[in-house]
Design a protein around this ligand. Structure first.
Ligand code: SAM
Length: 369
């Protein structure tokens, strides 16, 4: 389990004066600076919050929650340790007050959290301009899509690693069929949760033969496939650099059969590099988090299932916000605690990754993918 840094004096003060002063200074630099709000030590704004609502999943993807580690005896968090919906809403509201404009629910598998639509309703009410999305393996999406949309969810990202049934069943390791994920994607689109983004993690020798079929299948559908380089998250997937198919190679494979051209990023800090089909039939994205690290533009914070704030997917430590909340901190104290963490942030793990990089990172299912 990850170590947790106690926030110095957070119970009474929330943040040190220097951090608050940094925030005040940032806000006083004139309109451009003001727009950026809170920035970290590398000048990066806080724009996105990913919220892990459960550390449990109904899949056992071999690269994320391998069965031999996440088996029957795995100590998943007891319910009392999870942030309640009211606590998540409160923390999210404070983040939005600090400039966050995108909230993504994830996990684990977020649709396993009971009555998740109630949380969505609460988050949707925070501010209309906030982009509210969710990442799911799609297993429960067919029956949930409409209720999620009605609750105020705006979009959905569905993970699907292959259209080849045998490959997909082997990768999710619970024998789940492709067809049911495709039904989930259709249901999401029909419910108005589109354009649906479809995430495919590419692992060499496992599903790289599925790259072009995946592109072909979704071309012209309005859905956007994003090919993700296999990452060394957590400490259980036995990651090796040799398993990574570089984004460049992915694009080249697609381009040979379905010509593509680079497209402009939608906004600074967008993780996916966009490519559009030259015949106008849509676009794909590639997320080159290993071979072309994008730490420089990373504007994401993560809230773990038990309320720890992480400022990097590859972190080994979080900052305990749940303790503050449960000990009765005011919104100002919470706000100052978050400022203190973000203002001191200097993470750039992917830029300095080497073969010998430390292995004590927290698991993705806990911190939120
Ligand atoms: N259960 C949900 C799902 O399947 O989308 C949300 C959580 S999952 C951890 C979020 C995303 O992280 C998925 O698209 C998954 O494929 C991706 N992911 C997990 N482990 C990864 C790894 N080692 N490298 C790259 N992506 C990974």
């Amino acid at each position: 389990m990850a170590k947790v840094i106690p926030l110095a004096d957070a119970r009474t003060v929330g943040a040190d004066a220097a951090s608050v002063a940094t925030f005040a200074r940032n806000a006083a630099y004139g309109p451009r600076r003001e727009e950026r709000g809170l920035v970290d030590l590398r000048g990066r704004s806080l724009h996105d919050l990913r919220i892990s609502v459960t550390d449990r999943c109904n899949f056992r993807c071999v690269y994320c929650m391998p069965k031999d580690v996440f088996g029957r005896d795995y100590p998943f968090l007891p319910h009392a340790q999870l942030l309640t919906f009211e606590e998540i809403e409160r923390v999210a509201r404070v983040f939005v007050g600090l400039g966050v404009r995108k909230l993504r629910l994830t996990g684990g598998e977020p649709l396993l959290r009971r009555r998740i639509e109630h949380l969505i309703e609460k988050l949707a009410a925070i501010a209309p301009e906030v982009d509210l999305t969710l990442t799911t393996n799609g297993a429960l999406l067919k029956q949930k899509a409409r209720v999620l949309r009605d609750a105020g969810l705006k979009r959905v990202t569905v993970s699907l690693d292959s259209l080849d049934d045998a490959t997909f069943r082997a990768m999710n390791d619970v024998d789940f069929p492709v067809a049911r994920v495709l039904e989930g994607i259709d249901a999401a689109a029909a419910a108005g949760l589109g354009p649906v983004k479809v995430n495919m993690v590419v692992k060499r020798g496992t599903n790289d033969a599925s790259i072009v079929p995946m592109a072909r299948h979704f071309r012209g559908s309005g859905h956007i496939v994003r090919f993700i380089e296999y990452m060394d998250v957590g400490a259980t997937n036995g990651w090796r650099m040799d398993d990574v198919v570089p984004a460049r190679e992915i694009v080249a494979a697609i381009d040979r059969e379905l010509p593509v051209a680079p497209a402009e990023a939608n906004y600074t800090g967008e993780v996916a590099e966009r490519w559009r089909y030259r015949d106008g039939s849509g676009e794909i994205g590639v997320i080159a988090s290993v071979t072309q690290a994008f730490c420089r533009d990373c504007t994401r914070a993560r809230l773990s299932t038990d309320g720890k704030l992480y400022t990097c997917l590859f972190a080994d430590r979080g900052h305990d916000l749940r303790e503050l909340v449960r000990e009765g901190a005011s919104d100002d104290q919470l706000r100052n605690a978050i400022i203190a963490v973000w203002a001191q942030r200097a993470d750039r793990y992917s830029e300095i990754r080497t073969a010998a990089t430390r292995t004590s990172k927290v698991e993705m299912s806990y911190i939120g993918g």
